[in-house]
Design a protein around this ligand. Sequence first.
Ligand code: AP5
Ligand code: MG
Length: 222
Amino acid sequence: MTHPTVLILLGPPGAGKGTQARMLEEKFGLVQLSTGDLLRAAVAAGTKAGKAAKAVMEAGELVSDAIVLAILKDRLTEPDTAKGVILDGFPRTPGQAEALDALLAEQDLKISAAVSIEVDDAAMVERVSGRYTCGSCGEGYHDSFKQPVNAGTCDKCGSTEFKRRADDNAETVGARLTAYHAQTAPLIAYYETRGVLRTVDGMSAIETIAADLDAVVTQVSA
Ligand code: AP5
Ligand code: MG
C-alpha cells in the first residue's frame, strides 16, 4: 500500500494556502484540513472551543495549542483522511509541530513535505481584504484577482450567496502577519533541519503556484 501523503502548507495570511489546498484536493484526492476552517465552524456552532477561540481569532492572535490540537485530532480520526491530508494553517507554533510529529509517529506516518509559500507582506493586506468565499461550497474568490466567470454566481456550485470573514480587515491582517512572523515562521527552519522543506514563489499567478505544488506532491507521493 502507498504511504498516505502528509503535506503541510506554511505561509502568512493571504499566501494562498486555502486556494492551493482546494486545488490539490481535487487533483490528488487528498483532504484539506484547515485549522482556520475547523475553528470557524466551532465558533459558528457555539461549541466550548469555539467560544474560547472567537475573540482570539477576531484579534488576529493565535488560538491556544490545546484547543487547536484537540480539534485537529478529532478531524484526523475521520475515515476520509486515509489517502492523505493537506494541513492548511497547521502547525503554527513549535509546540504544534512537535505534537504533530508525535501524533504521526503513533500512526506510523511521516511528513511528506512542508511547503513554505513565500510572499511579500505588503501584498497580503490587499489579498486578504479583497477575499470572499461562496457561502455554500466555500470556493474562494477575490475582488481583483479571481472573480466568478459569471458575476455573482459561484463557478463551482452555482450559489449566489457569498461571505467575508470577520478577521479580514486591514487592522486584523496586521496582527495576523505579526503572529505569523513571531510564532510560525520559525517552523521553516524546523522543517529544513528535518529535510522535508520545499519553497514555492507565492507571488506568482495562482495557476503557476498550483503547477509547482503539483510537482512537489507528484514527487513525494511516488
Ligand atoms: P486561517 O483561516 O488559517 O487564516 P490565515 O493563516 O490568516 O490564512 P488565510 O486563510 O487568511 O490565507 P490563505 O493563505 O488561506 O489565503 P487564500 O488562499 O484564502 O486562520 C485564521 C485564524 O484562526 C488565525 O488568525 C488564528 O486565530 C486561528 N488559527 C487557525 N489555525 C491555527 C493554529 N494552527 N493555531 C492557532 N490558531 C490558529 O488567499 C487569499 C486571497 O488571495 C483569496 O481571495 C485568493 O483568491 C487570493 N489569492 C490566492 N493566491 C493568489 C495569487 N497567487 N495571486 C493573487 N491572488 C491570490
Ligand atoms: Mg485560508
